[in-house]
Design a protein around this ligand. Structure first.
Ligand code: NAI
Length: 357
């Protein structure tokens, strides 16, 4: 993959490659767009089979963050870091070093959690950079709860459009992945009287959920897609809707927190053709970004009303899609692109004054 060419095709501002032999850090930091303000994006630590996969992932994720900012009305853009996980990675030193690189950007990029980067890693990052979402009381609060609240707000709007009621009572949901976000969504839906089936590769995650929510049905991960449900709620990894999985879905609505749920954009069109409503992931899972960016940019922790607005955005997307005969994904993409183009026409890449830390 040719990096500059990849950057040009999706209009990236900056891609930084990081390497340190001592701690085994190999990472890519990508900043997609800062025309509206600083870039936001978490750190993903993953065992990529090939370097090229890591590059593709970081570019895709960073760009999605710009789209997410655009549709959530956040004065910021998208960025991301991926760390190529490997046996000789000395994680603590690697995160501390990464923090120094983030610090050096002086507030052009704010980072936070993602797959492989949880409370412990964020605390290490916070030793060397102030531009990280801290997991303790000095931070904005529980990001996963904010994400779950946003997914529920968007889902409610969609349920109303599809089934004529915003209540989940009596509806059947299949939740893939009951980690931080999925478990919270399960609890919120159970409280409302929904019927929930869940699956997770990690038995510990299932046990933790069953301890507080014994009424959920547990299915083997490979059977969840075939479950006869109203809503499929992917809260694990991305790429879950692809050529082979598509035909197995029985749900009428796909709505979850996972990033990049569709393996390819055309799968959004294929769902639409089959009459399955797909709520664009980057609209639905913006809760953590809304909370994190409000905290960093405005020092605010109360963002309940802003997260609820995800519901209004989803409603607008579904109505426009219906009127125009398009898929919700293409309506969302077009509107996000329009807003990004407008910001680019007015703004310039964001370079803050360097901090002295
Ligand atoms: P997590 O790592 O806490 O939970 C993910 C769960 O999915 C784990 O328990 C894992 O065992 C399970 N899993 C992985 N592959 C699976 C499979 N094939 N079948 C069943 N279960 C599987 O992650 P978290 O924080 O709950 O995030 C979930 C998704 O939401 C991720 O895609 C993440 O990128 C996305 N997201 C999370 C946000 C947050 O605030 N935590 C914000 C925005 C997006």
């Amino acid at each position: 993959m040719r990096i500059l060419e990849a950057m040009r095709s999706d209009d990236f501002e900056e891609v930084v490659l990081l390497q340190d032999r001592r701690c085994g850090l190999r990472a890519i930091l990508a900043i997609h767009d800062t025309s509206s303000g600083p870039a936001f994006g978490g750190v993903r630590r993953w065992r990529y089979p090939r370097e090229e996969h890591a590059l593709r992932d970081v570019l895709r994720l960073a760009r999605a963050m710009t789209l997410k900012c655009a549709l959530a009305g956040i004065p910021g853009g998208g960025g991301k870091v991926v760390i190529l996980d490997q046996d000789d990675l000395r994680a603590e030193e690697a995160y501390e070093l990464l923090g120094r690189h983030v610090q050096q950007l002086g507030g052009r990029f704010y980072t936070g959690p993602d797959v492989g980067t949880g409370h412990r890693e964020l605390s290490v990052l916070a030793r060397s950079t102030e531009y990280v979402t801290r997991p303790d009381e000095a931070g904005p609060g529980d990001l996963a709860s904010a994400t779950a609240a946003g997914v529920i707000a968007g889902m409610r709007a969609a349920l109303e459009e599809l089934f004529g009621t915003s209540s989940a009572r009596g509806l059947r949901f299949a939740i893939q992945g009951v980690g931080e976000v999925g478990a919270k969504i399960a609890r919120l839906l159970v409280a409302e009287g929904a019927e929930i089936s869940v699956a997770d590769l990690d038995e510990g995650a299932i046990e933790r959920l069953l301890a507080v929510q014994p009424e959920v049905e547990v299915l083997p991960p490979e059977r969840l897609l075939d479950a006869s449900v109203d809503v499929f709620c992917p809260c694990a990894m991305g790429g879950v809707i692809h050529d082979l999985s598509l035909g197995r879905l029985r749900a009428r609505l796909v709505a979850g927190s996972a990033n990049n749920i569709l393996a390819l954009p055309r799968h959004g069109e294929e769902l639409h053709r089959r009459g399955i409503v797909y709520l664009p992931d980057y609209v639905l899972n913006a809760g953590a970004l809304i909370l994190g960016s409000a905290f960093h940019l405005r020092g605010v922790r109360e963002v309940g009303a802003e997260i609820e607005r995800i519901g209004e955005t989803i409603r607008w997307i579904l109505r426009t899609a219906r009127e125009e005969g398009e898929s919700p994904m293409s309506v969302a993409d077009r509107e996000a692109e329009r807003r990004i183009a407008e910001a680019r026409a007015k703004g310039r890449p964001f370079f803050p004054k360097q901090s002295t830390r």
